[in-house]
Ligand binder design. Structure first.
Ligand SMILES: Cc1ncc(COP(=O)(O)O)c(C=O)c1O
Length: 466
């Protein structure tokens, strides 16, 4: 018995040492981000090939495993957690959200059912209530905490597909899609490619959609929308990934609903404009839609991966997602998270969302959105002042800039990435090659914006002269 107790104590001591040392490594990493190049060096990336070894026969002690991870992967990471990563639309991790993620990892709660994991299931329920309140959506909506906007679109659109078919007497859950009445799916010419992927996964096809033309900012031309009385889903976008522009949600909902269609909003990052007094005008009519998708790992700055599907009729979402084949209304006092998600076993995603919201409070969240938008505006002003063309109206956190022509723009982007002060990616906007700046991190400061602008302008000037 003494021996067993001794062994248990030794195990606890080893675990504590390992976790404390790992926390120190993670903290050192975060502290190094301001100093290091945002992109990993070519040498560090090349060094990854050294990891590609056969799995050894014998166990390896956990300290060595973590040392190997840190030594080989840390230098090869992109500093997405830092203040000057402006690629794609990528937030960092708020300190409270990261720390909550560590706690959730230690708890290791398979948050499928309330009964087994009441704490983390409850946090998710509370976080959902807060989010619905922040977005000014009905508190009776159903919500699914999923991996990101792609899965949030998938989840909400599964509910949409089932609902529009059930209105014409077809049960998708039991009978599938073969011989089902066709569904018209209408998207804008500027729908995010991942939305089309979600439609493909749902059996609705990536290419059989009807595409509505857009204006010069990428907003759907609602006057071009034609909706028949057949089963129809209209997908609108709140926040174009290039320009940040918003489809006219109110007009689209009004036309679509007159014909009995379902309207879904892809608001991966744009939905957060709803909580900012200076941006809320962009997203008028949000509450008119039937379902919504957003990300937490973008604007809310929680660690990857995290997003949310919202469906006005909670039971419709639950009918599409619950494991039981036929949905029977159950008067549950508590919400079972996996009744609303594609997964059964799942990590406790709501923990970081709860922690991020709790640490920011309403005012911190408003400040986060407004600050990133102000930073985007400053980038646009600085680049215009230096003589470069900003291609979009900077309404949110996205900026598109052209450095004269496609070839020069590509050279500037490549050198900026190599130089390492900041990181921006390439895009093509309505036929023009551009550099896209997305300010999405809580950590970006005014000084980071000025330092990054200086690097952009300096590098661009060299290429324009040459
Ligand atoms: C409008 C829009 N929808 C969907 C997505 C996909 O989001 P995720 O990568 O979180 O799945 C993005 C990503 O940038 C987006 O901008």
């Amino acid at each position: 018995m003494d021996g067993e107790l001794k062994q248990a104590k030794q195990r606890r001591v080893r675990m504590r040492k390992l976790l404390e040392a790992t926390a120190q490594r993670a903290i050192s990493y975060l502290e190094s981000l301001d100093e290091r190049s945002v992109a990993p060096s070519k040498q560090a990336v090349h060094g990854l090939t050294g990891l590609n070894q056969p799995l050894q026969q014998e166990p390896m002690d956990p300290e060595s495993v973590i040392r190997q991870l840190d030594e080989s992967i840390t230098p090869a990471t992109m500093a997405m957690a830092g203040q000057r990563f402006f690629g794609f639309v990528i937030g960092g991790s708020l300190p409270a959200a990261l720390a909550a993620n560590w706690m959730a990892g230690a708890w290791d709660q398979n948050t499928a059912y309330y009964e087994a994991t009441p704490g983390t299931a409850m946090l998710e329920q509370i976080a959902l209530r807060w989010i619905l309140d922040l977005f000014k959506l009905p508190s009776t909506c159903g919500g699914a905490f999923v991996t990101g906007a792609t899965m949030a679109n998938f989840t909400a659109l599964a509910a949409a597909r089932n609902a529009v078919l059930s209105r014409v007497g077809w049960k998708v859950e039991s009978d599938g899609l073969f011989r089902a009445p066709p569904i018209n799916v209408i998207v804008s010419a500027e729908a995010h490619p991942s939305l089309l992927k979600s439609l493909g996964l749902l059996g609705l096809g990536r290419s059989r959609v009807t595409r509505v033309p857009v204006d010069e900012q990428g907003r759907m031309r609602s006057e071009e929308l034609r909706v028949s009385s057949d089963p129809t889903i209209v997908c609108v976008q709140a926040g174009n990934v290039n320009t940040g522009a918003f489809d006219p949600i109110r007009e689209i909902c009004s036309r679509a609903h007159r014909a009995g269609a379902w309207v879904h909003v892809d608001g991966a990052f744009g939905l957060w404009a709803r909580i900012s007094p200076s941006r809320v005008h962009l997203i008028v009519g949000l509450e008119d839609a039937d379902s919504w998708a957003t990300d937490f790992h973008k604007y809310l700055n929680v660690p990857y991966d995290s997003g949310l599907a919202i469906v006005r009729e909670r039971d419709t979402l639950r009918a599409a997602m619950a494991v039981t084949a036929e949905y029977l209304p159950v008067k549950d006092e508590h919400r079972n998270p996996s009744d609303y998600t594609p997964e059964l076993s799942r990590r406790a995603r709501g923990v970081e969302v709860w922690a991020a919201l709790r640490s920011l409070g309403h005012s911190g969240l408003v400040d986060l959105v407004e600050r990133t938008c102000a930073h985007a505006k400053r980038f646009a002003e600085g680049l215009r002042a230096a003589g470069y063309v900003v291609l979009n109206d900077v309404v949110l956190n996205q900026v598109l800039v052209s450095f004269r022509d496609a070839e020069t723009t590509m050279k500037v982007i490549a050198e900026l990435q190599e130089e390492g002060t900041c990181w921006c990616g390439k895009t093509v906007w309505q036929g023009r090659t551009a550099m896209r700046i997305s300010v999405s991190s809580w950590a970006t400061t005014d000084a980071d914006v000025e330092r990054s602008l200086e690097a952009m302008v300096h590098i661009a000037a060299k290429h324009i002269k040459s």
